[in-house]
Design a protein around this ligand. Structure first.
Ligand code: GLU
Length: 488
């Protein structure tokens, strides 16, 4: 049974890098009918907050990355918060001390700082000098008597350590540079490396996919697995995500935090699709893939060894592709929250008959980059007067354009019904009568009705405005043309 985990520290919002890590682990679990476990690594007492844990869980749920075991639902391998597992860490740490594989270190932060300074000035590698590893019982008792609270350090022994990473290949670390490292802090809380090793092993995690910023932790973890005689999972270290300037993606950008996408009107399926492409691509090179296709085609061997570049433009393009594919009902319910929280103007759309609103949304869907765009894109449908737009856009009409527009106006006045089919017939007649075609026919009509050269599909917009609405807008355009001509 494949068992994967996502182990966030609740010290901030879920960001793009962590979400991608969660997704890769989730995909591999789902592909193999395995389990996806959520574990909260909250051993940094000062920075961990339950509000961040809640926010991370909310974001994962929004992305659709469901878990089979976790702090909120429990499971056979619980507890799933490290702060609730301290007894286990102590038990294993005591075993290491008993086997003389770990020892108490009484050096204070000030003393350690001093040692580091000296190493720096002597250009020596920065590592613990092993002072407390040699302490006799008497020496320990003296420190204890001074009231010093010890940390626990793991004894690093051996020259080098080799392991195989599924992305990076064969890795070799020189242990001499490592120094004995802390596994238990003086306040009795474990360090990340000890807690993660015990949990990953007890939770029977089979593979760990994580960012390669953790690569330097892996030798320490492997040493701990060996010392504790615990079984170790397969390691898969994925390259970090960079921005367009090849710098690690900064948390400063709005788009580095998942919650922002929800606010900006991205569809979770679209974001998941884009995140999957950060450092992985299927053999067939496809880009737009629904969740089932992602699960089907995801393979560890196709994970790239080089940094993934985050491109918000591409993420937005993927989003627009997903918006285009939404069924009318789904589009309406997806847009509703954005319309409701938009200005009064756009809010009035929510009072339309559902059928009318659905048609309108279908008409503007091809132009939507995000769901939030809906209020702007809806403007051509909403306004009663286009005079303001004409004044600011100041579109230019040739004599021929005006001729087309006048002829169109006449046809409208005498039209009985006014649906997309009627519009088609009218345009055909206009083409014949005026000789205008293509852009020469559509552009003056678009400009005359909306005041702008771009916008929603005419066949959708015009019937929705209705005969009356169109005639009214054309009247405004003619007036504007007259007054402009008068000014010249
Ligand atoms: N809590 C660690 C982090 O958020 C987990 C690292 C790991 O996956 O082992 O970076």
């Amino acid at each position: 049974m494949i068992r994967m985990r996502f182990a966030p520290s609740p010290t901030g919002m879920l960001h793009v890098g962590n979400a991608r890590t969660a997704l890769f682990n989730w995909l591999w679990a789902r592909k193999n009918n395995g389990k996806f476990i959520l574990r909260i690594e909250d051993t940094d007492m000062e920075r961990s907050k339950s509000k961040w844990e809640k926010a991370i869980l909310d974001d994962l749920r929004w992305l659709g990355l469901d878990w089979d075991e976790g702090p909120d639902i429990g499971g056979d391998y619980g507890r799933y918060r490290q702060s609730e597992r301290l007894d286990l860490y102590h038990e294993y740490a005591s075993q290491l001390v008993k086997d003389d594989l770990a020892y108490p270190c009484y050096c204070t932060p000030e003393e350690l700082g001093q040692k580091r300074k000296e190493q720096l000035s002597r250009k020596q590698p920065l590592k613990y000098d092993g002072y407390c590893s040699q302490l006799t019982n008497r020496g320990r008792n003296l420190f204890k008597a001074q009231g010093r609270k010890p940390t626990l350090r793991f004894r690093v022994d051996g020259d080098k350590l080799c392991f195989k990473d599924l992305v990076k290949g064969e890795m070799e670390f020189v242990l001499g540079n490592l120094g004995d490292f802390i596994i238990m802090r003086s306040d009795g809380w474990p360090t990340y490396n000890l807690a993660a090793v015990i949990d990953d092993s007890l939770m029977e995690i089979t593979h760990i996919i994580r960012g390669d910023d953790h690569l330097s932790n892996t030798p320490k973890q492997i040493l701990l697995y060996k010392a504790l005689k615990l079984y170790a999972p397969v390691f898969v270290h994925i390259p970090l995500i960079c921005d367009m300037h090849n710098k690690p993606l900064s948390k400063r950008y709005w788009y580095s935090s998942i919650v922002q996408y929800r606010q900006e009107g991205y569809l979770p399926e679209a974001l998941v699709n884009y995140l999957a492409l950060l450092g992985w691509s299927p053999k067939n090179g496809r880009e737009i893939m629904g969740i089932d296709e992602l699960i089907d085609s995801f393979a560890l061997e196709d994970i790239s060894g080089s940094a993934a570049v985050f491109d918000i433009k591409k993420a937005t393009w993927v989003n627009s592709e997903y918006i285009k594919k939404l069924k009318p009902d789904d589009l309406m319910s997806a847009c509703m929250p954005y319309l409701k929280s938009a200005d009064e103007y756009a809010q009035s759309l929510t009072e339309l008959e559902p059928e009318q609103l659905k048609n309108m949304l279908a008409a503007i869907a091809p132009g939507l980059k995000t769901l939030k765009d809906v209020s702007n894109e809806a403007v051509p449908y909403l306004i009663d007067s286009i005079e303001g737009i004409l004044d600011t856009q100041s579109p230019s009409f040739s004599e021929k354009d005006i001729e087309v527009l006048k002829a169109f106006n006449e046809k409208l006045v005498s039209a009985d019904i006014f649906r997309a089919e009627d519009l088609k017939i009218i345009l055909k007649q206009l083409k014949k009568e005026t000789g205008a075609s293509g852009r020469g026919l559509y552009l003056p009509i678009r400009l005359g009705i909306t005041g702008e050269p771009h916008g929603p599909e005419l066949f959708e917009l015009l019937p929705l405005l209705g005969k009356k609405g169109c005639i009214e807008r054309l009247k405004q355009t003619f007036n504007w043309l007259d007054s402009n001509a008068a000014k010249v």
